[in-house]
Ligand binder design. Structure first.
Ligand SMILES: *Cc1c(COP(=O)(O)O)cnc(C)c1O
Length: 562
């Protein structure tokens, strides 16, 4: 974006305006004036020739920045604030040579209607209350109010009032300050803020450690490492949890998808309709069987496959529909209706959605066959790879069990071409320890999602960010927001120690594995999402203070653009 100057504004030749600055209705910027990058001048702002305005300065309506006034970077000037530039004006005496300078230091705020008598300096991050009349210098971080303005407190860099005392902390950012009489300084030897990871495997492992060690000892003592009672016990717990007839433990979420498609007899020449926005395993399973993935674009709001696009993609070669409950949000149930109408099996990729529910029950049990992953960062994670296939179809379950162990029935008599898709006893044992906590951990993800909605709702109403729309059955494997300024926001969050991720950077139909042959086009929603999506930490181990820090940073990053 370049500079924006409203049609009714006058910017004289010889004025210097920085990139991405916006100058609104009826402004007047005189020759020689300097306005930095990404500043915003509201309606009716006047900037004199020798005035200087820094980067990202925001000036509200009706402010005159006279000669001799300097506003450093990040200064905020409220509506109708007044600068003066001569101490003793007389209409009939020329005092142009007696102009007094006024300096407003970086990050300071001047409230609405404040009057700044010339010749004074407003310190860094100082805060002048609305209507205050400033008649002397204002120290950095001071909060001043009244006429004449007096210091009534201190403000943090982020604009929160500091508590009383000498060693104090910003109530929101936790930044520390030392106050000594009339001087306030941030504590410069402040350790860098604690890192907030996207996933917190370390915290999770610590929480479960005693139980995991006990499970390890149990398997070690039992001496059965492949299949056995740990696997069958886990399968039983899963049928209870998901209200399905059959559950089959397998080696990974990827293999769950592969063996499910194999069990349905998908092969060369068959078409499988799927989403362009998922982890590669979804489409990889289709490709490995020589079948053709047919992409149906996503719905921009839910990020899940769009039922109408599924309907349009159906041909007489369509042998399965493979929707993904992405980020833990159940797919639109219309997808299942459409499949049922046409008699097409549905393979659910529920790798990210264990425990997610709909009006018709748990995901995984909605279609013909459902696939889960126990990759360590999934909502229920093993200490390695693992997966699960569920179905209400006894024959299909039997077929998956057969294919899971090289298609042998009985042992060493191979009736079908399968593979080694078995779940380790050790992983099953670990998962059995964690499973009783799944509901509580999911609830913590939901609490975090609600806190994001509360903290970011206003930015969403202003059109600066798009949050995941509410769904009562969502299990928030990821909390993915969209913003046009994704890369910038990701970088500033990284600077303050907040890890985020992009899910996903490229749509599946554009992957080089397809070579030059385009596997699909017109996936405009998926492409837009790939440019704008950003996953914020949502894991159950994220603290309320950590979440608050993330919200706060986003408010700062997304609020200053216009
Ligand atoms: C994780 C994941 C898979 C693959 O699971 P693995 O256990 O890692 O093989 C498949 N699909 C989606 C949507 C996933 O998120």
């Amino acid at each position: 974006m370049t500079t924006f100057v409203h049609d009714t504004a006058v910017v004289e030749p010889g004025a210097t305006i920085g990139d991405e600055t916006k100058i609104w209705h009826h402004c007047h910027v005189m020759r020689g004036a300097r306005v930095g990058a990404r500043a915003v001048l509201g309606k009716d702002v006047f900037v004199a020739s020798t005035a200087s305005i820094g980067e990202r300065v925001k000036i509200q309506n009706g402010v005159s920045v006279y000669d001799g006034v300097t506003l450093e970077d990040d200064v905020f000037v409220g509506p109708h604030a007044v600068f003066t530039n001569v101490e003793n004006p007389r209409a009939f005496v020329d005092r142009r040579a007696e102009l007094q300078k006024t300096i407003v230091r970086r990050g300071a705020t001047l409230g609405a209607g404040a009057i700044i008598v010339c010749g004074h300096t407003i310190g860094e991050y100082a805060f002048v209350a609305a209507g205050a009349v400033v008649t002397k210098d204002v120290p950095a971080f001071a909060l001043v109010a009244g006429n004449p303005a007096r210091r009534i407190g201190w403000m943090s860099r982020a604009g929160h009032r500091l508590p009383e005392g000498n060693d104090v902390q910003c109530p929101v950012t936790r930044e520390r300050y030392r106050i000594d009489g009339e001087v306030c300084n941030p504590v410069s030897d402040e350790p860098p803020p604690e890192k907030i990871p996207l996933q917190d495997i370390a915290a999770e492992t610590k929480f479960f450690e005693p139980k995991l060690r006990a499970a390890f000892d149990r398997v070690l003592a039992g001496g059965v490492f492949i299949m056995g009672s740990e696997v069958t016990a886990l399968e039983r717990s899963m049928t209870d949890l998901l209200h399905v007839e059959h559950a089959v433990g397998v080696s990974s979420g990827t293999d769950a998808l592969l063996v499910s498609l194999m069990a349905l007899g998908i092969g060369p020449g068959d078409e499988v309709i799927t989403t362009p926005l998922s982890f590669f395993a979804t489409v990889g399973a289709i490709l490995r069987l020589g079948a053709k993935p047919v992409f149906a674009d996503i719905d921009l709001a839910t990020q899940n496959i769009d039922p109408e696009r599924v309907r349009q993609a159906i041909t007489d070669k369509t042998k399965a529909i493979l929707p993904v409950h992405l980020f833990g949000r159940p797919v639109d149930l219309k997808v299942f209706d459409i499949a049922a109408e046409r008699g097409i099996p549905v393979v659910e990729d529920a790798a990210q959605a264990l425990g997610a529910t709909t009006d018709r029950g748990h995901v995984g049990g909605l279609g013909t066959i459902g696939c889960f992953s126990f990759f360590p960062t999934k909502n229920l994670g093993a200490l390695g790879d693992g997966g699960l296939v569920v179905t209400n179809d006894a024959k299909l379950a039997e077929r998956v069990r057969l294919l899971r162990a090289h298609g042998a029935k009985p042992k060493y008599h191979h009736v079908a071409l399968g593979g080694n898709f078995r779940l380790d006893a050790l992983q099953a044992a670990f998962l059995r320890e964690k499973l009783p906590y799944l509901e509580e951990l999911t609830e913590r993800r939901r609490v975090n999602a609600a806190a994001y909605r509360e903290g970011l709702g206003e930015l969403e109403a202003e059109g600066r960010i798009v949050l995941p729309p509410e769904h009562p059955g969502h299990v928030f494997h990821q909390y993915v927001v969209r913003t046009a300024r994704r890369d910038e926001v990701k970088a500033t969050l990284a600077e303050v120690g907040v890890e985020t991720a992009v899910y996903y950077p490229e749509p599946l139909h554009r992957m080089p594995v397809f070579g030059t042959a385009q596997a699909g086009d017109d996936m405009t929603n998926a492409q837009k999402t790939c440019r704008e999506n950003l996953a914020l930490p949502i894991n159950p181990w994220l603290t309320a203070i950590g979440l608050r820090r993330i919200v706060n940073q986003l408010r700062i990053d997304l609020a200053d653009s216009d």
